[in-house]
Design a protein around this ligand. Structure first.
Ligand code: ADP
Length: 491
């Protein structure tokens, strides 16, 4: 049995920061492997060769050809290096398959927001090569002990491995968001080279279709998800998205491990995207970021008015509809709102319309901007995250690190990471934000009002900010928990 120093892990993921990121999975796919590598685990990434991945990795060299997988176009496997900073590097394998990945647009959708019609093949190939590299059929010498799959896009890896008769790695499947399941018509099963009898309730079938995620959850050796609270919630009807039965049946094999954050990428003392860097010793410097943000976004520049920030996908999960409902009343508190995000076209439209009615109080930027997201974390007084469900959530941790207490609905990882501010929690030093339940527009508005009132008690507010900034959200503990799971799966 290898010690953790000899452990080899293939981390299979459809996105990685900074090359390709649509949400938290991109951040985690960079930060967790870095943390595992600092524990001396030999983690390597397996990624699809989108144009930005091929352009962004260094020292590419060809290590294998896959020209004879009957279901897929020809592909080349490259070995390369992803550098995150001067001292942080991750070895990566990139699948260069021009027929599936050489195109403009996002990883899952085209520029108009339509799913790529060949997503089953795009991520079938990722899963398939993940399985080959994790078995004795691999054409390369480096062989992992563990195949660590992430979300539906790599969900078929455990299924392909299940049907491989030879030696193979153990598998871990991490659920970053159970709402995305990779569902395709039944004909895809044979198209993707799975045996016809795999299309069964005890296999890859899910209510008459193929589900990549179900296939992974059914066949994997161990399941993890990104917070302890979400690990419980997904076993219930309200948040199980139809998979609660399967998950409850596998509860002995499910572990909730809280995501960490990259404390180098998200550090107010050094963040290059800020107007002024600051630490908890000199919070007055944070104010420069507020005025810069107000100015940049065309809001009234006013140090006293509480400013609420949002960086989010704009959709039902994230509670954008409720926020829109209460936005006019927020302006009357008085308070300001800055929103960065995109997703649901109608919600984007409604938010933009609000800025016309309240040009000095509400500012919206539709789109994706890493730089603005950092400035909002620093410049806002409070961060808003009224998600209906949230597997872990990263922004509420970023905001605490930036001394910007979050307002969150009591769900998933939000409940695991934010402590409601009350006289008791403020006195004992644990308060770090504002938590509401249940999820109604009225509760959201009342909590925003509660935070706005608290904001005007400067001494207490600073205490709250300092509590936030003192919290440790690094990957240290969580990476060690993943190591324990890897080690427990070795023969
Ligand atoms: P999810 O993965 O469900 O979208 P998380 O809170 O786990 O939510 O992670 C979201 C990540 O994506 C964070 O790093 C957040 O800052 C980033 N993000 C989301 N929308 C945008 C945007 N419009 N511009 C920049 N970053 C964004």
């Amino acid at each position: 049995m290898p010690s953790s120093q000899e452990l080899r892990v293939l981390f299979i993921t459809p996105e990685v920061f900074p090359l390709c990121k649509t949400g938290g999975l991109g951040d985690v796919s960079a930060a967790l492997p870095i943390a595992l590598r600092s524990l001396q685990i030999d983690v390597r990434l397996l990624l699809p060769g989108y144009p930005q991945v091929l352009a962004g990795v260094k020292y590419k060299s060809k290590v294998a050809e896959f020209n004879e997988l009957p279901q897929f176009p020809p592909a080349t496997l490259l070995s390369a290096r992803l550098s995150l900073s001067k001292s942080e590097h991750i070895p990566v394998f990139v699948i260069d398959c021009p027929g599936l990945y050489h195109r403009e647009g996002g990883p899952y959708m085209d520029a108009l927001g339509r799913d790529w019609p060949d997503n089953a093949l795009r991520f079938g190939l990722l899963s398939k090569i993940g399985a080959i590299l994790s078995s004795d059929a691999s054409p390369i010498a480096w062989q992992p002990h563990i195949a660590h799959c992430n979300d539906w896009q790599s969900g078929l890896t455990p299924a392909y491995l299940h049907y491989h008769a030879g030696k193979k790695a153990a598998t871990v499947m991490t659920i970053h968001n159970l709402a995305f399941q990779g569902i395709f018509p039944p004909g895809s099963v044979v198209q993707l080279g799975l045996p016809p009898d795999s299309f069964d309730i005890n296999g890859v079938e899910y209510y008459g279709n193929l589900s990549f995620l179900k296939a992974g959850l059914y066949h994997t050796d161990h399941i993890t998800t990104v917070s302890p609270n979400y690990a419980e919630e997904i076993q219930t009807e309200s948040l199980g998205f139809g998979l609660q039965g399967l998950l409850a049946g596998r509860r002995q094999h499910i572990t909730g491990i809280l995501n960490g954050i990259s404390t180098s990428e998200w550090d107010p003392a050094t963040d290059p995207h800020l107007a002024k860097n600051y630490t908890n010793k000199k919070l007055s410097d944070k104010a420069v970021n507020k005025s810069t943000l107000q100015q940049q976004m065309g809001l009234a520049v006013d140090a006293d008015i509480p400013l609420f920030g949002i960086v989010s996908r704009l959709n039902h999960q994230k509670g954008t509809d409720l926020l829109i409902q209460v936005a006019p009343q927020i302006t009357k508190i008085p308070a300001q709102l800055v929103i960065l995000g995109s997703d649901h076209a109608e919600l984007e439209h409604q938010l933009t319309a609000l800025t016309q009615t309240y040009p000095h109080e509400i500012a919206v930027r539709i789109g994706f901007s890493e730089a603005l997201s950092h400035l909002i974390e620093a410049g806002a007084d409070c961060f808003l995250m009224p998600s209906r469900f949230e597997p872990c959530g990263l922004n509420q941790m970023y905001s605490q690190r930036y001394g910007t207490p979050p307002i969150v609905h009591a769900t998933g990882g939000l409940l695991d990471t934010v402590v409601d501010c009350t006289p008791i929690t403020l006195a004992n030093g644990s308060a770090s934000g504002f938590v509401f339940y249940p999820m109604t527009a009225e509760n959201l508005l009342n909590t925003i009002k509660r935070a706005a009132t608290a904001y005007h008690h400067k001494k207490n507010w600073q205490r709250l900010q300092k509590n936030c900034m003192a919290k440790d959200f690094s990957w240290h503990t969580s990476a060690a928990a993943y190591r324990e799971i890897y080690l427990s799966l070795l023969p």
